[in-house]
Design a protein around this ligand. Structure first.
Ligand code: PT1
Length: 289
């Protein structure tokens, strides 16, 4: 399987790594916008050096409880970073947004993929078809601010699968070819721990849809929940650096498990450690599941 970027084809015969670049005030702030942009570009280049195949630039947090940001604020956060990163590297840049204005500006600034947690429900599909860029369609129940309040499904795997297939069909009807469509079950987006586990355990059923599958599990609260259930974690870690360290082993384990289930792209913060795990699994050629 391959993913068709405007410049090149990304071979998906082994699992690829998408590096997460959050450009939100909490991530790269203190010295103002310019310093924040410079730090973000440095972080992106470090992830490329560590082996990231795609850099995913996002200016709006979509974690549980996050408030929406305005179009102007999101543009301010991401466009300068995308322009600078484009000048510094030819790595494919994806923009993590649900706003059509941000998609449009990001693509002109040098992004070559759109990653939308709303599966392009608010986007202009015809315009994206003409832009000839890959798109990632993610499943979410509800919206980030309230999605974890009462997630409910009769059959989470079937419902997520049917939704993703319907959104992929809408994209194809609008002229986006299958070679440019990626699907993502949306771990942690309006899902309880049990829902996330059901999706992960049955990831083959998403992979069987025939589209490349992207998963984002890195540093998510389900890791802390699993550890707490085992009586192991200090689930109360709130300081970001501490939380990142506490969730590293869980993040790498989940990425490896998803890869073994056939995921084509893993969206991660810890590029180096994830690449080490994926490389060693490939070298051993183990089908351990
Ligand atoms: C994802 C994803 C994303 N995740 C795609 N894009 C986030 N395609 C942002 C938690 O439970 O999985 N796929 N863009 C980050 N969102 C979350 C959600 C972060 C839940 C944390 C949690 O902790």
């Amino acid at each position: 399987m391959e993913l068709l970027f405007p410049q090149a084809c990304l071979d998906l015969s082994h699992t690829r790594i998408m590096g997460v670049l959050n450009v939100t005030p909490d991530s790269f702030s203190d010295g103002g916008l310019y310093a924040a942009h410079a730090a973000a570009v440095q972080r992106a280049l470090a992830m490329v050096a560590e082996g990231a195949d795609i850099i995913d630039v996002g200016g709006e947090s979509t974690r549980p409880g996050a408030e929406a940001v305005s179009v102007a604020e999101e543009l301010d956060r991401v466009i300068g970073v995308i322009e600078s990163l484009r000048r510094a590297s030819d790595v494919p840049i994806s923009v993590d947004t649900s706003k059509p204005e941000v998609m449009r500006a990001a693509l002109s600034a040098g992004a070559s993929m759109v990653n939308d947690v709303c599966a392009l429900e608010h986007a202009d599909l015809g315009e994206l078809a003409r832009a000839k860029v890959p798109v990632c369609l993610m499943h979410m129940q509800g919206e980030p601010r309230t999605m974890q309040q009462q997630p409910r499904y009769n059959d989470v795997v079937a419902e997520v699968r049917d939704y993703l297939l319907a959104r992929a069909a809408a994209c194809r009807d609008a002229g986006i070819p299958a070679e440019r469509i990626v699907i993502d079950p949306g771990f942690g987006f309006g899902k309880t721990l049990e829902h996330n586990i059901a999706l992960l355990r049955n990831l083959e059923r998403i992979v069987d849809c025939g589209y490349p599958v992207l998963v984002g599990l890195s540093r998510k609260s389900m890791i802390a929940a699993l550890m707490a259930n085992a009586g192991l974690a200090d689930a109360a870690a709130v300081e970001p650096a501490t939380q990142a360290r506490e969730r590293l082993g869980g993040s790498v384990t989940l990425a490896l498990y998803a890869a073994a289930k056939g995921a084509h792209i893993v969206r991660v913060h810890d590029v180096r450690e994830t690449l080490e795990a994926l490389t060693i699994r490939q070298a051993l050629d183990i089908d351990f599941l």
